[in-house]
Ligand binder design. Structure first.
Ligand SMILES: [Zn+2]
Ligand SMILES: [Zn+2]
Length: 747
């Protein structure tokens, strides 16, 4: 009787032994097996066979072996082991990444991949006359929520997913059901179209002219590396906005393919990467597999199989695409390598950019990290010679960078409407006059930052998180942007019963309203999480911009990323310095990156573009460097600050967070953790804290943390593994300890 040790996809850092019946096939290393664990049937991973029978335990048998052929290559196995060690994560949770989502975890009966999922949709209301409308409206007079849903159906052009509609209107499914019972609203189950990159969802791709000399030089160097000439040093492709980085990626992939190789291309968020994906599809057609979370289980399985069989040698996708079954990659591209979306915010908390570089080194592949605004870490690696820098210093087709004006909002009479300075209003008018499109960027959705009582100063707090609720208009409500808690807007102050409640701080809704008032004839749209709720309306808005059906688009960072629209002549940044005050050592870097990215959306057509930054800090170096499109100036100024404070790239960081339901217990737990770590301080390790996290309460849990700084990585390896082993003893079973290595956010 054979015994095998199995890793389970649970936050348990140990293996479990099961019997393998004599007639069962032996699973390969990393292959999936169905086992019973604590009365649940789970899909686990076979790690090794063993002769050692644990004492005093009646071993259960493996119920089923799902993989009889090896799925995970040797290098992929090494990668998984490295990730488990480096990120201090159970191997079972790491191995999950190497299988299509949904094929591991809880085992289900029958494992045939399903077709496109069907979901409940609300249908548009039939045409009706004014009288009929009024009659219905009065029927619903005492049911304001039903009335709201019913009015919304009058405005629908096409069926909309019920869940998305309820979400947008802030009502429960019961409200729709009540309307259905009254015979006023129709619903039906319809297939959900999830893939915007499928048939009919393609974006147009403009024909390209000759490549610039810098593009050609970059392509030549990457080709050289692919042909095995020279050392396998990762490339940092540093190219200003509009300099044609995507073309370099496309040519690099073509070169890998010519040699019979395979390529993985990572983009930060697939929903925002439509133009990039379209370029790859246009060039390589069916040889590209696009992996994203919107795929149905059946679509995922088929994409996965196309990659494994070699039919699709190119994988494009968000961070998890790094684990698609290519076997061995020849080229790994990480677009917008500075983006925080590459960090997974649950175990294993890996940073896909770094894992991509590690994977490339294991497989002898060429790694290309691209950005207009590289992370300080990557730029500094290039300076130290660990990366080879390729530079694209000019825009394609000789296009100039847009001119940037900085407007001081503190100046007298500067602000003429919520979020709008006189300069910006004039610039919008100019743009409309000359037929240009305008993008207005603000990093806060909703109408106002919060609601405040002018008598006693009360601000509506989230009951689960230690932050204030954001005020949304439309169907007015207060909303928590962290946990999605929502409540109605109070009629009077809950603290002093005063009736003077005022909004403070502006959001995208308010800017949209102000712009509509100023420019009543313009075609205006808004793009943020509130308007892109139904899946892929981001792609719809993008196509509307491309077709010049929108004059002014107001939006959050969604409009900063991936927008490549020749019609955009003006970009207005409503509040350029908001993110500068975040309690995070990367707040200056993030602000700079965002400003450069947003500004870079202007002037991609034939006419030079124009950008307006509105700020209360017109002299701040982040503003002036971004206005000059000068990354190097920013880097030279920011790096010494970081080094002086002992932050990356000078040190390696880990954020250790304890959380739990009881405030005192969490604080005590963290104090014990800090004490324990302090005793190991010295020899290159520094412990900062303990302290409450900047978001001290989140989704109902209290949070305290310590920050560990180490001069070199091995010190962190030892310290963190030792800490993980003592977790139960240090924080108790009521609290949870999270170890976040190379954290991208300290909130
Ligand atoms: Zn009050
Ligand atoms: Zn909340």
């Amino acid at each position: 009787m054979a015994l095998i040790r199995v890793a389970l996809p649970l936050p348990l850092d140990r293996l479990f032994t099961y019997r393998l019946d004599a007639d069962a096939p032996a699973p390969p290393r990393g292959g999936r097996v169905v086992v019973e664990f604590r009365r649940r049937r789970l899909v686990g991973f076979a790690i090794e066979t063993t002769a050692e029978e644990p004492e005093g335990v009646r071993l259960k048998a493996v119920e089923r072996v799902l993989d009889t052929e090896p799925v995970i290559s040797d290098t992929e196995w090494s990668l998984a082991e490295w990730m488990a060690r480096y990120y201090v994560a159970p191997i079972g949770l790491v191995l999950r990444l190497f299988y299509p989502p949904g094929s591991t975890g809880e085992a289900e009966d029958g494992d045939g991949p399903g077709g496109a999922p069907r979901r409940r949709h609300v249908l548009p209301a039939p045409e009706m006359g004014a009288e009929e409308r009024a009659a219905i409206a009065s029927t619903l007079a005492r049911a304001p929520q039903q009335r709201r849903v019913w009015s919304a159906t009058l405005e629908l052009d096409e069926p909309v997913e019920q869940a998305a509609l309820c979400e947008a209107l802030g009502v429960s499914a019961g409200v729709v059901a009540a309307l259905v019972a009254r015979g006023l609203v129709r619903v039906e189950d319809r297939e959900v179209v999830l893939d915007p990159y499928g048939a009919g969802g393609q974006l147009e791709v403009a024909a390209e002219g000759d490549s610039t000399p810098e593009q050609s030089a970059a392509i030549a160097e990457i080709r050289q590396a692919l042909s095995g000439g020279g050392e396998l040093t990762p490339f940092l492709l540093q190219g200003i906005t509009g300099s044609g980085k995507t073309r370099v990626y496309v040519e690099a992939v073509a070169a890998a393919l010519e040699r019979g190789g395979k390529a993985i291309v990572l983009v930060p968020e697939i929903g925002l990467a439509a133009p990039t994906v379209a370029r790859f599809r246009a060039r390589f057609g069916e040889r590209v597999a696009v992996l994203h979370s919107g795929l149905s289980r059946g679509e995922r399985a088929s994409a996965w199989n196309r990659v494994r069989s070699g039919a699709a040698p190119i994988v494009v996708g968000a961070r998890s695409a790094l684990f698609a079954p290519v076997g061995r990659a020849d080229l790994v591209v990480v677009d917008e390598e500075h983006e925080t979306a590459y960090k997974q915010d649950e175990t294993p908390r890996y940073l896909a950019r770094d894992v991509a570089v590690y994977r490339a080194s294991l497989e002898g592949a060429v790694a290309v990290l691209g950005s207009a605004t590289p992370s300080l870490e990557s730029r500094s690696n290039a300076e130290a010679g660990k990366y080879r820098r390729l530079s694209l210093p000019a825009r394609i087709a000789g296009r100039p960078l847009p001119t940037v004006e900085i407007v001081d909002l503190a100046g007298e009479g500067a602000v003429v409407a919520p979020g709008l300075s006189d300069v910006l209003v004039a610039a919008i008018a100019d743009a409309l006059e000359s037929g240009d499109q305008a993008l207005l960027f603000l990093n806060r959705r909703g109408f106002a930052a919060f609601l405040q009582c002018t008598d006693c100063g009360w601000v509506g707090p989230c009951p689960n998180c230690k932050i204030s609720l954001t005020y949304h208009r439309g169907s007015p409500r207060l909303l928590c942007h962290y946990c999605d808690h929502r409540e109605p807007v109070p009629d009077f102050c809950p603290a002093c019963a005063g009736r003077r409640l005022d909004t403070r701080g502006i959001g995208t809704q308010q800017v949209e309203t102000a712009v509509r008032t100023r420019f009543p004839d313009a075609r205006i749209a808004r793009m943020d999480l509130d308007t892109t709720g139904p899946k892929w309306s981001h792609a719809r808005l993008y196509r509307a911009m491309q077709a010049l059906e929108i004059d002014i688009l107001v939006g959050t960072q969604m409009i900063a990323k991936g927008f490549d629209l020749p019609g955009v002549g003006l970009v207005g940044v409503v509040s350029a310095d908001t993110a500068l005050h975040f309690p995070d050592f990367r707040s200056t870097e993030r602000t700079f990156q965002l400003l450069v990215q947003v500004a870079g959306r202007a002037g991609r057509g034939d006419r030079p573009g124009r950008v307006v930054f509105q700020t209360y800090l017109p002299e701040h170096f982040v503003l002036t460097a971004a206005a000059a499109h000068d990354y190097e100036a920013f880097y030279r100024r920011e790096k010494p600050d970081r080094l002086g404070l002992g932050y990356p790239p000078a040190t390696r960081l880990a954020n250790v967070v304890a959380s739990g339901k009881d405030a005192a217990s969490v604080e005590e737990a963290m104090a014990r953790v800090a004490d324990h770590l302090r005793r190991r301080e010295a020899g290159g390790l520094t412990v900062v804290g303990p302290a409450p996290c900047p978001l001290e309460r989140l989704r109902g849990r209290w949070r305290h943390h310590v920050l560990l700084k180490a001069e070199v990585a091995p010190i962190l390896d030892r310290t963190l593994h030792d800490l993980a082993r003592r977790e139960d003893a240090l924080v108790g079973t009521a609290n949870r300890l999270e170890i976040d290595r190379d954290p991208m956010s300290l909130l």
